[in-house]
Every structure is written in structure tokens, then in C-alpha cells.
Design a protein around this ligand. Structure first.
Ligand code: LMR
Length: 313
């Protein structure tokens, strides 16, 4: 991780993330805060406060509204900036509003970023926006979408319902789209390394809770999640760069794993093997699991269809 870009850096998630992320840097790094010109002109305070934190490996901070300047030789790009969801909307309602943002970014990442860049898409609908970005990049340029927030929500929900600590719980995986069709999978969940028994009713409640949590936050807050989103991006970044061997959920571009159509951005259980993100191939799924997973795949195909001939334009 050397040149790290946060798009939409002046927004609620961007601001919180900017002050968390540099504590992860383990080598000299530059942090780029990219946003629209009308936002960047008032972001000087972020640079000052970031400097004042004296993060050990934060060498340089750049505030810019130029994608060329931001993406030039970038090694990690977190695409946060996008129109957010409002009460009563589904994330897919944002598709046509946000698609052109991700098309432009895909083109500019291809032109300017390093060949081995990793891109994490957060702006919704994040799976299909990641799919759009991936259409412009080379296979060595890895595109992901964020389902870590769903995984954290599922862990928290399991912990609460069984009166355990969230930190003791592992191996809960999110399959599919970051939407109401996502499938939080708990059959291999561990607590302090031991298998957990989660009864069927409890499982159903947890799945419902995770699927609907984003909308409930919007209802309670009047705007979409930001503190938990920033924390989940921080955790996802650790998974992408540092947590060797650990299992986690991540939206990745499917290579046909578990029969999911190649090219879609689909959340799978993954593992970081020497910096490469691999889909875990040994998860045993029953008919009911596959039904849920296929349902989410169908939704992603429909989102892709909605894009129509967007790429020819
Ligand atoms: C979330 O899950 O909280 C975010 O994706 C924001 C949203 O629109 O729900």
C-alpha cells in the first residue's frame, strides 16, 4: 500500500475513514483525498489535522479534485463517493444515478493507476458499480466491493442473540449482493474456535436483521451509515492487505466459483494468500443455501441488464 486514494473524502464516511486508515500503513505512504472541487476547497483542515496526528508512515497528504492527479500511480483506491441512498429507496435505485461516476473512474484508473492496483468499491449499488469498474481494467487490477459491513452486522447480531462477544465469533460469510437478497451464512460459525449451534428461528431473524439494517440506520439517522461503514472499510483493508490466512467476506469478480456467472461482482467467503484474494472453495452448501445464493445472482444479472448498452455509449 503506497499511494492510497479515498474518493468522496469530504463526505461523512470519507472523513472518518481518512483518520482511521493511516494507522494501518506499515511503509511510507501517500494519502490522497479526492472529491469534487466545491468540496476540496474546504478540506485544508483535514490535511492539517492529519499532519497533527503524526501517523508514523504517513509521508504525504494530497487534496485534489483531479482524477488524473489522484489515480496517477495509485496502488489502492477506495471508491466511496457516490449519491447515497435515502429512506424508502433500495440500493439498486441508485444504479443509473451512480453508473456514470464509476464508468469515468474505471476509465481513469485504467489510464493512470499502477497495474497491480486494488480497488474497493463502496458507493452503492456496490457490486454492480464494481462490475462497471472491472469492465475497464486489466485482470491484474483487482476490483472488490464491500460486504464487510454485512459480515460485521451478522457477527454482532449472532453475538448479541447468543450473549457472546463479537470478537470471539468467526467464519460468518456473506454471499451475493449487498442488498436484501444477500445471504449471511452461519453454518460454519465458530465461537472461541468451537462450532456454534444457531437454531433455525434465530438464523432467520439474524438474516432478516442483516439484510434490513442499512435501511433501519437510514430511518433512524436520516442519512446512511457512516461510522460503521468507515470501520468496515478499515477492516476490509486489513483483509485485503494484511490479514494473511484469515477467512472473510468480500465482493470479488467471479471466475465461476460455485457456479456464479463469470464477471459478476459477487460476495464470497475469501482468504488472503500472500496478498492474493482467493475464494474459499470447500464450503459445503445445501439446496436451501444454493437457492438463496442463486436468487442473489439473479438480482445481480438484472442490475447488469439495467445498465443496457451503457458500455457502448
Ligand atoms: C449500508 O449498508 O449501511 C450502506 O450500504 C448504506 C445503505 O444504503 O444502506
Amino acid at each position: 500500500m503506497k499511494k492510497v486514494v479515498i474518493t468522496g473524502a469530504g463526505g461523512q464516511i470519507g472523513q472518518q475513514l481518512s483518520f482511521k486508515l493511516p494507522s494501518l500503513f506499515k511503509e511510507e505512504a501517500e494519502l490522497v483525498l479526492l472529491d469534487l472541487p466545491q468540496v476540496t476547497e474546504s478540506l485544508e483542515w483535514m490535511k492539517m489535522e492529519l499532519e497533527d496526528c503524526a501517523f508514523p508512515f504517513l509521508k504525504n497528504i494530497l487534496i485534489t479534485s483531479s482524477q488524473e492527479e489522484a489515480f496517477k500511480d495509485a496502488t489502492y483506491i477506495i471508491c466511496v463517493g457516490a449519491f447515497p441512498r435515502k429512506e424508502g429507496m433500495q440500493r439498486s435505485d441508485l444504479l443509473l444515478k451512480n453508473a456514470s461516476i464509476f464508468k469515468e473512474q474505471g476509465l481513469n484508473i485504467k489510464k493512470f493507476a499502477k497495474n497491480n492496483v486494488k480497488v474497493l468499491v463502496v458507493g452503492n449499488p456496490c457490486n454492480t458499480n464494481a462490475y462497471i469498474v472491472s469492465q475497464f481494467l486489466a485482470p491484474s487490477q483487482h476490483v472488490f466491493c464491500l460486504t464487510t459491513l454485512d459480515e460485521l452486522r451478522a457477527k454482532a447480531s449472532v453475538a448479541k442473540s447468543l450473549q457472546q462477544l463479537p470478537g470471539d465469533i468467526e467464519n460468518i460469510f456473506i454471499w451475493g449482493n449487498h442488498s436484501l437478497t444477500q445471504y449471511p451464512y452461519m453454518d460454519q460459525a465458530l465461537c472461541q474456535g468451537k462450532p456454534m449451534i444457531i437454531d433455525l428461528d434465530n438464523k432467520k431473524n439474524i438474516i432478516k436483521e442483516v439484510r434490513e439494517r442499512g435501511a433501519l440506520v437510514i430511518k433512524a439517522k436520516g442519512s446512511s451509515s457512516s461510522s460503521s461503514a468507515a470501520e468496515s472499510i478499515f477492516q476490509a483493508t486489513k483483509n485485503l492487505f494484511y490479514n494473511q490466512g484469515k477467512y472473510f467476506s468480500m465482493g470479488v469478480i467471479s471466475k465461476g466459483e460455485y457456479g456464479i456467472e463469470e464477471g459478476l461482482c459477487f460476495s464470497f467467503p475469501c482468504q488472503n494468500i500472500q496478498g492474493n484474494i482467493k475464494v474459499l472453495e470447500n464450503i459445503v452448501l445445501n439446496e436451501e443455501d444454493m437457492k438463496e445464493i442463486k436468487n442473489s445472482e439473479e438480482e445481480l444479472k438484472k442490475e447488469r441488464e439495467l445498465l443496457g448498452n451503457f458500455f457502448e455509449k
